[in-house]
Design a protein around this ligand. Sequence first.
Ligand code: DX5
Ligand code: ZN
Length: 220
Amino acid sequence: MPDPHKISVSILSADFTRLGEQIAEAEAAGADWIHVDVMDGHFVPNLTMGPFIVEACRRATQLPLDVHLMVEAPERLIQAFAQAGATYLTVHVENNPNLYRTMQAICELGCKPGVVLNPGTPASTVFPVLPLADMVLVMSVNPGYSGQKFIPAVLPKVTELSQAIQRINPQTLLEIDGGMNIDTLPQARSAGAQVFVAANAIFNHPQGITAGIQALRGCI
Ligand code: DX5
Ligand code: ZN
């Protein structure tokens, strides 16, 4: 069975004047996925990237594109991101009264649906949609910005979700996002996380992107 542990490189801390080059360097250094943080200035205070950037990433790499939608009413936008080349489309449980329907629509568009929980959202909120989920993402910072400090209080939730996934749908991957570095990644891994999103620890590593990825890989 292939190792489920993966590094998803968040381009939120990339140098956007050289995005293609930086993605190519991340891929050569062993990145597994490219993580794209979509923020609308409403669901979270920050405003970032849309389908144009996903489409540019799609041309820059063959790696899976892990698109994290931090937006109000994500169902309005999923078609545009699917057409832009997203592999995973991950939607928040907090702002989505029609979560099951949105995830079905993501499947129908040919993408893999993920569901994401903020630090204060209980694990049980995603249990009903686990049969449909290719991935569950646990936020380990408040969504909105890279470079924030890891919130260790989410670790018991990671373990609770890991156990629920084993029971309900063992195919589902468990991802964690926020404040990952060489100290926090091993804690998240021990708690049961399999996919580790990182921006700051990679793009702001003093020795560069390759060293940043290698340092995190060394913890897996
Ligand atoms: C935060 C984003 C994260 C962010 C992680 O809202 O969802 O993906 O880029 O950044 P670091 O790794 O710097 O915490
Ligand atoms: Zn993210």
